[in-house]
Design a binder for this molecule. Sequence first.
Ligand SMILES: [Fe+2]
Ligand SMILES: [Fe+2]
Length: 233
Amino acid sequence: MVNLPRSVFIRALVPITWRTSARRMGSSLRFFSVMEADSAWQLLYALDAVDDPSTGALVLQHALEEVHHACEFERVAMAYRSAPPPRPLPRRRPIFERERGAEAWPEFFAHAHVGEKDVFHQFDAYTKGVGDCPARSVFTEAKKDERGHAGLAYKLLLTYSGTPDKANAFVRRARRDRAWETWLRFSRRLGSIPAGLFLTVLYALGGLGSVAACRKRMRAGAGFSYPKRKNDP
Ligand SMILES: [Fe+2]
Ligand SMILES: [Fe+2]
């Protein structure tokens, strides 16, 4: 539901913002690197609780591919000299609830499936929007992997939830949770706009008021003058 407007937004905006600002391009690529590294961390955190060796191998391979994506995004971000220096990593909140044991697997894989699908659509839009630049091949390669990850996560979700109906119910819940998180992020950003607008209007009015006052003073001949010294005529 969110993917279509987001894709349209990315394809309309990225060609303008990335071509006019290398700094913005570098920051966005670095953001993707951090996001991919976080995915890898989430998988490795969950891997610790996997008992089945074949599931463990699949999860480990998935994590290594996310590490590869993180390195690739960082590599292309480094090509833009004006990109800001690396930021400290954000504090991580594990998605997998280890204390709940095996019961937590379906939620984790549903979340992974929904996240991978969203990232696939996002990277697809970037592939079409970035034009001919080094980042394009990174997006193209990563989006193929993300499609595979979405399929793998759903397969594991089916295994751990038991039936397609149960699996789909977990997917719907994961989608609702993500939509809610997106809304919270969006409203936090929206909340900062009125304050910014208010200050801009205040500065503009203050500036206009000062100009008017100066003009009035100059017209009245009360401009700035140096104080007279003792020996001045
Ligand atoms: Fe990835
Ligand atoms: Fe992925």
